[in-house]
Each structure stands twice: as structure tokens, then as C-alpha cells.
Ligand binder design. Structure first.
Ligand code: DX5
Ligand code: ZN
Length: 244
């Protein structure tokens, strides 16, 4: 069974007091920090660039779990690795051919219109860039993208199953993603499976019972009166659901 790891998402932190906020979750036993990068194209929002990642790298020893919600991960993976990322997650939808992608609600959703829907060059370039820098590579899929699209699962260390439409913190956990988490766990017993979005004391047990072991939590940790205590409670709940 894979070890439970909790990654507080800095998107929900107070950036005017970022050092204090990071120290709170360090005190609560965070395993890594989740850093959301948004380009205003892949998602309808902007967040956290290279300079901020460099600054964060200087004030913590925790591993940085970069989540690239950007259209061109192949162009930025090397730079984010140099800025201090320890693992880099790109979206499968971002390296798909244009014809295999459709815009839906607040994010991109992959629509499978033919067998070979990836832009192979960009997929390979993204993974190669991350590997060249010796970082962990991970791929994310949006809520309605099927697990089956991850035919290259053996080339990555982690899969991120989005449990909200990416772009914003504070949304409600989408329950219908839970069976997909179970499917991913069937596809690989050894890979890390991360869930991101709406993870709180109520939803965490379902995600972990289905096979998730890396838990991103923004609002439920940073907006709690005591983030360290909230993180500890989340871990207790997750560990109690492990292997259920
Ligand atoms: C959403 C981001 C998440 C976000 C999660 O696009 O990828 O990492 O910070 O926030 P909560 O935990 O508030 O749903
Ligand atoms: Zn994220």
C-alpha cells in the first residue's frame, strides 16, 4: 500500500504572509507543497509564475509538487525544474491534438475522436524535459477524461485525478471521479495517485478508499483557523480510510 502524503495547496494561502503560511503546514507535518501554475488559456485563471516558485524554494525544504495547468508544458518544464520543482505534473489534455480537445465549462475536456489523439512530439518533449532534470514526472486528467487515455502510465511516477474542474480553489469535490481513482489503482498498484480539488474531512476517505495516496488540500487546510491542526486531522482521516 502506498504511503499517504499530504500536499497543502498554496493557492489558498495568504501570499502576503507566505512564509508564515508555509511554516504552519510544516508544523502540521505536510509532506510537500502543491504549487498551482495557471496560464489563462488551459484554465480561465492566472496563478504562480517562475519567480514565485524560486522565492518559495528559498524559504522551505519541503518538496515542491508543481501542477502545470498550462497549454505548453513542453516549453516550461525545464524552467520550472530549475526554479526548484521536485515533481512536475502536466495535463494530458494539454498535449493532445487540437481536434481531440473540446472546451467545456471552465476547463478543457478531452474528447476521444480517434485512436492517436496525442501530439506525440509534445508529450515526449514534456516527459523528456522533466526526466532530464531528474524530477518526478506526473500526468493530470480532468474530471471527465477517462483513465484509459493514460496508455503511457508506465512512463510517469504519479497520476493526478482532478476532483474539480481546474482553475479555482474552494470548489466542491466531484464524487463521480472516485470510480476513476479505483480504475487507476487497478491499472497500477505502485504508482502514486493524487487527488486535487475539494479534498476535506468529508471527501478524503472516499478518495483514499478508492486508492488515492497523495492528497492535495487548499481551502480545507489554509482557510481553517489552525492549518497545522486541520492538516493533522486530514491525515488521521486519510490513514483511517487507507485500505478500506
Ligand atoms: C485547482 C487547483 C487546486 C486547488 C485546490 O485548479 O489545482 O490545487 O488549489 O483547492 P481546494 O483544496 O480549495 O479545492
Ligand atoms: Zn492543483
Amino acid at each position: 500500500m502506498k504511503k499517504i502524503q499530504i500536499a497543502p495547496s498554496l493557492l489558498a494561502a495568504d501570499f502576503a504572509r507566505l512564509k508564515d503560511e508555509i511554516q504552519k503546514v510544516e508544523a502540521g507535518g505536510a509532506d510537500m507543497l502543491h504549487v498551482d501554475v495557471m496560464d489563462g488559456h488551459f484554465v480561465p485563471n492566472l496563478a504562480i509564475g517562475l519567480g514565485t516558485v524560486e522565492s518559495i524554494r528559498k524559504i522551505t525544504k519541503l518538496p515542491l509538487d508543481l501542477h502545470l495547468m498550462i497549454m505548453t508544458p513542453e516549453k516550461f518544464a525545464l524552467d520550472f525544474a530549475d526554479a526548484g520543482a521536485d515533481s512536475i505534473t502536466f495535463h494530458a489534455e494539454a498535449v493532445a491534438q487540437d481536434y481531440a480537445r473540446k472546451y467545456k465549462d471552465r476547463g478543457y475536456s478531452m474528447q476521444l475522436v480517434c485512436k492517436d489523439f496525442y501530439d506525440r512530439k509534445r508529450l515526449d518533449a514534456t516527459i523528456d524535459a522533466i526526466r532530464r532534470k531528474g524530477k518526478k514526472a506526473a500526468v493530470a486528467i480532468n474530471p471527465d477524461t477517462d483513465a484509459e487515455v493514460l496508455e503511457f502510465i508506465d512512463r510517469v511516477d504519479m497520476v493526478l485525478a482532478m476532483t474539480v474542474w481546474p482553475g479555482f480553489g474552494g470548489q466542491k469535490f466531484i464524487e463521480s471521479v472516485v470510480p476513476k481513482v479505483a480504475k487507476l489503482r487497478k491499472m497500477s498498484a505502485t504508482i502514486d495517485i493524487e487527488v486535487d480539488g475539494g479534498v476535506d474531512l468529508e471527501s478524503v476517505g472516499k478518495a483514499v478508499a478508492a486508492g488515492a495516496n497523495v492528497l492535495v488540500a487548499g481551502t480545507s487546510v489554509f482557510h481553517a483557523p489552525d492549518p497545522a491542526a486541520a492538516l493533522r486531522r486530514l491525515r488521521e482521516k486519510a490513514e483511517a480510510s487507507h485500505g478500506v
